[in-house]
Design a protein around this ligand. Sequence first.
Ligand SMILES: CC(C)=CCC/C(C)=C/CC/C(C)=C/CC/C(C)=C/CC/C(C)=C/CC/C(C)=C/CC/C(C)=C/COP(=O)(O)OP(=O)(O)O
Ligand SMILES: O=P(O)(O)OC[C@@H](O)CO
Ligand SMILES: [Mg+2]
Length: 230
Amino acid sequence: MDIKEWRHVFKLDPDKELNDSQIEAICESGTDAIMIGGTQGVSYDNTIDLMARVRRFPLPCVLEVSNIDSVVPGFDLYLVPMVVNAGSADWIVGKHVEGLMDYGALVKWHEVAVEGYIILNPKAEAAKLTEAKTNLTIEEAKAYARFVDQMVKLPILYVEYSGTYGDPALLRAVRSVVKQARLFYGGGIKEVSQAAEIAEIADTVIVGNVIYENLQTALETVNSVKNTVK
Ligand SMILES: CC(C)=CCC/C(C)=C/CC/C(C)=C/CC/C(C)=C/CC/C(C)=C/CC/C(C)=C/CC/C(C)=C/COP(=O)(O)OP(=O)(O)O
Ligand SMILES: O=P(O)(O)OC[C@@H](O)CO
Ligand SMILES: [Mg+2]
């Protein structure tokens, strides 16, 4: 499992419906991995159900842990979000320590990567839940990026605009200070041209909601990202 090779990832929400032929098209699209996660309505049952349906295809299937009750064994990798611009320490360290109280002894640490999230769309469920400070200046965003990349040296810095297309200028500024982390971008990609624009800046482009709105366009983002040189 080498996240450094991921250019394009589809994020599937266990709380949303996809039929088998849609899952087949997504998994055979050429995307580098399937990430399963969401903020609302994610349960053990809908997570294990979606994992089993994706597992029939030979590509990495990873869980982005959003609540402790939906940690299902059997994924290739577990991505644990740490929301560095959260309004409460619960989403930076609190929930994580609670989780470790329950699961700490069971974790295979080579199967875990922590994501330093900067959440920037105030209307996203994840922003509301974590009371994220979203109105960042470019200098503040760069400071958060340095915190993730240099101070705590997380393997992933995730610039998150879920539900709305982000600011490429801010992303470029963040890019300019990242030295070791993999730069993930997710949020509001609804056109292949947007996927290409982001792929010029970020290491990994995450495509989520458009899967459920316009699957054909979602599938076309794969080649758009892969044909773009960063
Ligand atoms: C035993 C085993 C298999 C273990 C592996 C997992 C592991 C390491 C467990 C150890 C314990 C541990 C550290 C658990 C983590 C506990 C936890 C709940 C941490 C908090 C995570 C967190 C900050 C959640 C907040 C919400 C969030 C950031 C979710 C990420 C997904 C996201 C941003 C979705 C986007 O939002 P979406 O809802 O799609 O937005 P729209 O509605 O706008 O579409
Ligand atoms: O759903 P969208 O807006 O594509 O965002 C992707 C992903 O970053 C969500 O966490
Ligand atoms: Mg979503």
